[in-house]
Design a protein around this ligand. Structure first.
Ligand code: KG4
Ligand code: ZN
Length: 340
């Protein structure tokens, strides 16, 4: 017969995601993105995101139910991201989730967005080998976490970015180099023809005495801008490919160095890398090489589970239901700046 069927909803940023999970297995995974509507503004516009969630919500829920071959009456619980994220965007998802839970007469579970990112990997690779270190790198987050027991113990926040997120750094530098938004994939492609050693960008917060798990990426943006400017002052155009390759090298070096340092310090044998930036070819290659030489297992979920989606929220909901966790009251509110 199988365990409870959990429908998960994610709407914290520009993706409206609905996923359905049973016993750790994915039954449906549907995502609608408003990314294209934000592209001409060079970043996510909160009001546009909230409106897009409103339009996408019902169709996405319906498609997910169809994909799973279920009706609403076949759902045993609803899980929803309550934070952190954009408040208008979160509101739409939570209102929708409450309506579905009420209509189906099933419990509602509030889920922390980052716990969702962590759980995403379980849908591909099975239960998390705990403890593990998780590096979440996207347009909105750069966090290094220590997970001892995802549903029973609080996640330990080891470090965060002090300014820009890693994905934001890719996006901003791409703009400086004249590449399109979102910048990460554009930089990744351009870097294939570049020489990562053509210019050495700084490795912020990697000196002795610096916080080993904190990140800072805004300096890289300034360094890239200065590098472009120096060329133009000489009447030359910089090589976009070289700039992209060097930037990617700097970000990948810092991310993997700090993630590996956390694994060693906490004697953890598994590193999980999630978020949009986990798609970066250099981040992956360097993580693979450094983990292999340190005897640490590396788990990177497939890209569709790495970026924001509802399946990852359903995955946490599924773990919570099976652990006998207390559901949320129907008057639960969003928590846009939720701490871990
Ligand atoms: O996880 P995600 O889809 O959304 C959130 O930000 O939550 O991540 C999007 C970010 C963007 O900043 C994008 O530029 C970056 O991930 N990204 C990449 C790559 N693909 C996406 N960054 C570097 N290399 C890539 N291949
Ligand atoms: Zn996210």
């Amino acid at each position: 017969m199988g365990g409870p069927v959990v429908l998960g909803i994610e709407s914290s940023c520009d993706e409206t995601g609905v996923g359905i999970v049973r016993d750790g297995k994915l039954l449906a995974h549907v995502v609608a993105s408003s990314m294209d509507e934000h592209a001409r503004f060079g970043g996510v516009v909160p009001e546009i995101a909230a409106r897009a969630h409103l339009h996408a919500f019902n169709p996405v829920v319906r498609r997910a139910l169809d994909e799973a071959g279920l009706r609403l009456s076949g759902i045993d619980a609803v899980a929803v991201t309550t934070g952190p994220g954009l408040s208008g965007a979160l509101q739409v998802g939570l209102a929708g989730a409450k309506t579905l839970a009420y209509a189906a007469g099933v419990p509602l579970y509030g889920v922390h967005h980052l716990a969702g990112h962590v759980a995403a990997d379980t849908l591909e690779h099975g239960p998390l080998p705990e403890p593990c270190v998780v590096l979440i790198v996207s347009g909105g987050h750069t966090s290094l976490l220590l997970v001892r027991d995802l549903v029973r113990e609080p996640i330990l926040h080891l470090g965060d970015t002090r300014d820009d997120a890693a994905g934001e750094c890719f996006d901003k530098v791409a703009r400086i180099l004249g590449l399109p938004y979102p910048g990460g994939p554009a930089i990744d492609r351009a870097a294939r023809d570049g020489d990562p050693k053509a210019v050495v960008f700084p490795r912020p917060l990697t000196r002795p005495g610096d916080d080993p798990y904190a990140f800072s990426f805004s300096g890289l943006k300034t360094a890239a801008a200065r590098w472009v400017e120096q060329h133009r002052l000489r009447g030359a155009e910089p090589s976009v490919a070289d700039g992209a390759a060097a930037l990617q090298e700097a970000v990948a070096d810092v991310l993997t160095r700090k993630a590996l340092a956390a694994c060693r310090a906490y004697d953890v044998k598994t590193l999980v890398v999630v978020g949009g930036v986990a798609a970066n070819s250099r981040v992956r290659a360097l993580a693979e090489r450094r983990c292999a030489s340190a005897g640490i297992g590396l788990r990177v979920p497939p890209m569709t589970l790495c970026t924001d989606n509802g399946a990852m929220i359903a995955a946490v909901g599924d773990l919570l239901v099976r652990a006998g966790a207390e559901p949320a009251p129907l008057d639960v509110t969003i928590d846009p700046s939720a701490p871990l």
